[in-house]
Design a protein around this ligand. Structure first.
Ligand SMILES: Cc1cc2nc3c(=O)[nH]c(=O)nc-3n(C[C@H](O)[C@H](O)[C@H](O)COP(=O)(O)OP(=O)(O)OC[C@H]3O[C@@H](n4cnc5c(N)ncnc54)[C@H](O)[C@@H]3O)c2cc1C
Length: 467
């Protein structure tokens, strides 16, 4: 087959990691193309980040309306409208497409090639998505394209990990996308997986008046976070009502009428009523299969494609970025895309520093974490100091009333190595601590940064003085 095109850089996958990479390359005047099998923008625009943010924004607005009842506002029954949420989603998606959509990306000087890509003979073979689907059903694709490039960036993202759970043929299981974009909802959601995604969906669903059963193989909510975080949100759910938990139980199968759970050697059935819907929130797996990576010597590790700090794979002409490398949030996926592109086009390319970006949970109060967790430090037998301040200890907490805490961790040299916050504006408050972790600031150095009087940030200051 003839090679029809030669690019300086060819990006495989047009999610935000791939598009950020392509836009960065295009600025340098090089010829760059993106191969995308579906819609540009990937999971960010259509499936997770944007739809979830709209749902959680609506819930926040509801919370503010409820809060003004403290000031004597008359109590009214409020409910969210799924049709209203859909209208808002369509509007926001249109706006976001103005930046990430096909026309915008073309204007930035990036060529778009539609179809499914894989490596063949050191080049990229692209089959149109329609034909790839027909081939999967036994039909033969009629036309294929061969593209070649001096450098390649793989940014193929990830897909839901079914986690070995068997699903009966007739059962339609939901993904998080189905929840965030639903125009009709069942009475009960049975969410398998009580990590960040499962907990956010549970909160949203309760605010829409649904009942929720949260199931996890671990013994607590948010098992990847420190224990007190899971405990806080468990207590919050208990207060809200409507959420029940089944913890320490591994789901083996989903049938039409029951879930089969295993606890040690004991199996148990959990009935699924006619008005319930099962949702999988069991994590993601990198999209690395069927890319022909073995034919070009690109290694795959436990979390995804193996890269160095410049995001070069084990093949020096091939780079990788985004969730095909690791389970990263969207800001980090974009940073990886940019870093991979700069590694190619710049002599002084930056390297991924390894400092994590903040992890956040969009509930009210929200949660944000940066740097090391205590669980990680204990596993490493690392020596550290910990300081916790309850929001009720600071003036703002006493005035505004607020559940939550700030916890700061420092190492033996008094450098700030991690922090977690549960507060009304945790995702904004974490910024100062994120800067401190990134630049290895000491407790005394951060204490020199002034803090506005009566702000939530006084809790950070108080926590630092106690270290
Ligand atoms: C349930 C859930 C909730 C999340 N919520 C948040 C959140 O609230 N905040 C946050 O910051 N992050 C969140 N994330 C993470 C965020 O969605 C990802 O970090 C981001 O979307 C990753 O972008 P990406 O470009 O790496 O991958 P993707 O968006 O998956 O893009 C990859 C693209 O590659 C294409 N592709 C794959 N294989 C091929 C092929 N062979 N040929 C051509 N094209 C191909 C796909 O069609 C896709 O468009 C969430 C993730 C999940 C799973």
């Amino acid at each position: 087959m003839e090679t029809v095109n030669k690019f300086d850089v060819l990006v495989i996958g047009g999610g935000i990691a791939g598009l950020t990479a392509a836009k960065t390359v295009a600025v340098s005047g090089r010829r760059v193309g993106v191969v995308e099998q579906g819609k540009l923008g990937g999971e960010y625009i259509y499936n997770y980040d944007v739809p979830a943010e709209i749902g959680l924004n609506a819930v926040r607005a509801m919370f503010s309306l409820e809060a003004i009842q403290r000031f004597g506002a008359k109590k009214r029954t409020m409910s969210l409208s799924l049709a209203g949420l859909e209208r808002e989603r369509n509007e926001v998606v249109k706006n976001v497409e103005g930046y990430w959509g096909e026309e915008a990306i073309k204007r930035d000087g990036v060529e778009i090639i539609k179809g499914r890509a894989r490596f063949v003979d050191g080049e990229v073979e692209v089959v149109s998505t329609h034909e790839a689907a027909s081939k999967a059903k036994g039909g033969a694709p009629k036309s294929k394209k061969r593209l070649a490039a001096t450098r390649y960036i793989i940014a193929t993202g990830s897909t839901l990990n079914q986690g070995g759970i068997t699903v009966a043929n007739k059962v339609k299981i939901w993904t998080p996308t189905d929840v965030w974009t639903a125009v009709r909802l069942p009475k009960t959601l049975m969410i398998i997986g009580a990590g960040m995604s499962g907990v956010e969906m549970a909160y949203y669903a309760t605010k829409l008046g649904l009942r929720v059963v949260l199931i996890d193989r671990e013994n607590r909510l948010l098992p990847n976070e420190d224990e007190e975080v899971g405990r806080f949100y468990s207590a919050m759910f208990a207060k809200l009502g409507r959420v029940s938990t089944v913890l320490g139980a591994e789901v083996e199968s989903v049938g039409e009428k029951e879930l089969i759970l295993r606890r040690g050697n004991t199996k148990k059935s959990l009935p699924i009523t006619g008005t319930s819907q099962v949702v999988l929130a069991t994590g993601q797996l990198p999209n690395v299969e069927a890319l022909g990576l073995d034919t070009i010597g690109v290694k795959i590790g436990k979390n995804g494609i193996v890269v160095d700090r410049g995001l070069t794979t084990s093949n020096s002409r091939v780079y990788a970025a985004g969730t095909c490398v690791d389970d990263v949030p969207s800001d980090l996926a974009m940073l990886m895309g940019k870093t991979a592109a700069l590694s190619i086009i710049s002599r002084n390319a930056p390297i991924m520093s390894g400092a994590s970006s903040p992890r956040t949970l969009g509930l009210t109060p929200s949660y944000a974490r940066i740097g090391a967790t205590e669980t990680e430090l204990r596993l490493k037998n690392a020596r550290y100091k910990k300081s916790v301040v309850l929001l009720s200890e600071i003036p703002r907490g006493r005035i505004a009333g607020g559940d939550g805490f700030v916890c700061v961790l420092s190492d033996v040299k008094a450098r700030i190595i991690g922090a977690k916050i549960i507060a009304p504006e945790a995702e904004s408050m974490i910024l100062a601590l994120a800067a401190a972790v990134k630049y290895q600031m000491t407790v005394d150095e951060l204490l020199k940064v002034p803090v506005p009087l009566d702000s939530w940030n006084e809790a950070i200051r108080l926590a630092l003085t106690r270290l």
